[in-house]
Write a protein that binds this ligand. Structure first.
Ligand code: PLP
Length: 393
């Protein structure tokens, strides 16, 4: 990860400016432009803990609903095990397209099934980012964004969103230069759980249209939306490229089923690359996803709203904290001037697993807590966090 920057708009170094340090001679330069050691360190520490209170997990704590499991096993047993068409099985694509057309009437959108939302992200960036193109997104950000932009030779430009993590259209506009190619938005967001307002999304969509910039919307947490209705910039900017998927909504993270919809020419370009890379999303899992589209998630969402309320109520008196409107993360500030990494090290030493904010940010002031956990784990986790905050006084 890059050095901490004091500027609010931070440009990551282009990969060509980075040095190859202790790299095997066969390894390509482009891989030196990002690092994954931060997350690995947390996992290494976690592996040493016996029975930790685990609030680090980025996936739902419920299992894949049984109907989806049955549909997938049926697909396997009835021989639906070959490659699917590159764009996905027809019934799933048709059902997705019907849902998309109902949501965005009058728009000319096409859709394909990707290998998870991550696959959709990779193909979006490969299809649209030329070397030297700038891609704007908020800091804190999902870890893949700077890495994938750099891998494509693009320049990640982060817009500092502390302390409330709002998608502020004025700040986005200030970061636009003649080299800006894309704005990447993520609401509800990982790692903050913060949701963008309909108006801010509309304004960012207008900005993208005005400057002829691609707008990519990562909506993987769209179902986990607790206050009001989910909003997408695609509602007002028909050229928005939307990425969504079944990983989080139906606890299918290991199944690799996502989808991308947007202007047909862009989707066709992504398919061209999918054909020569991912090939297709696993066929049996796509039949499971088709069944998933018929299942109500209301019970789970109500449950997660209640978990959110519990954690916010417990932690707010002890930590500086923005209440998340979606996803299943809280992003509190570490107490005093201790910093996120030092606080997380103390937490891990005390058997509590959380993630330092530095992994998602150029700042090291916060930490991520996942509330995708059982009520008992959350109760014990909240108690431990409050104790750790007290120890710092
Ligand atoms: C914001 C965001 N986008 C994309 C992904 C990738 O999800 P998938 O499992 O569908 O590849 C994640 C997973 O944590 C995420 O948090």
């Amino acid at each position: 990860m890059p050095e901490v920057s004091s500027a609010s708009n931070h440009r990551f170094q282009p990969s060509s400016n980075r040095q190859r340090v202790n790299m095997h001679p066969w390894i390509a330069d482009r891989t030196a432009s990002f690092d994954s050691s931060g997350i690995r360190k947390v996992f290494d520490l976690a592996a040493k803990l016996k029975d930790p209170i685990n609030l680090s997990i980025g996936q739902p704590d419920f299992d894949v609903p049984e109907e989806i499991q049955d549909a997938t096993v049926d697909a396997i047993r009835s021989g639906k095990n070959a490659y699917s068409p590159t764009q996905g099985i027809a019934p799933l694509r048709e059902k997705l397209l019907a849902e998309i057309n109902a949501k965005y009437p009058g728009q000319n959108r096409d859709v394909f099934v990707s290998s998870g939302t991550s696959g959709g992200l990779v193909l979006s960036l490969l299809s649209m980012i030329n070397p030297g193109d700038e891609v704007i997104f908020l800091d804190p950000y999902f870890v893949m964004y700077p890495a994938l932009v750099s891998l494509c030779g693009g320049i990640p430009v982060t817009v500092d969103s502390y302390p409330d993590f709002r998608l502020d259209p004025a700040k986005i506009e200030a970061a636009i230069t003649p080299k800006t190619k894309m704005i990447l938005v993520n609401s509800p967001a990982n790692p903050t759980g913060v949701t963008a307002s309909e108006q801010d999304l509309r304004d960012v969509g207008d900005l993208a249209a005005k400057h002829n910039i691609a707008l990519l919307s990562d909506e993987i947490y769209s179902r986990f939306f607790y206050d009001g209705d989910f909003a997408s910039p695609a509602a007002t900017n028909p050229d928005t490229i939307v990425i969504d998927g079944f990983s989080k909504s139906h606890a299918m993270t290991g199944w690799r089923v996502g989808y991308v919809h947007g202007p047909p020419e862009i989707i066709a370009t992504m398919l061209k690359i999918q054909q020569y890379s991912f090939v297709c999303s696993p066929q049996p899992a796509q039949w499971g996803a088709l069944r998933a589209m018929e299942i109500s998630l209301d019970g789970h969402i109500d449950d997660y709203r209640r978990k959110r309320d519990f954690m916010v109520e417990q932690l707010s008196p002890h930590f500086e904290l923005t209440s998340p409107g979606g996803a299943f993360y809280l992003f509190p500030k570490a107490p005093g001037t201790e910093g996120g990494t030092a606080f997380v090290e103390r937490a891990i030493a005390d058997g509590l697993l959380i993630i330092p904010g530095k992994i998602f940010s150029s700042r090291d002031s916060h930490f991520r807590v996942s509330f995708a956990a059982s009520d008992d784990t959350l109760r014990r986790g909240a108690e431990r966090l409050i104790k750790l905050a007290g120890d710092n006084r």
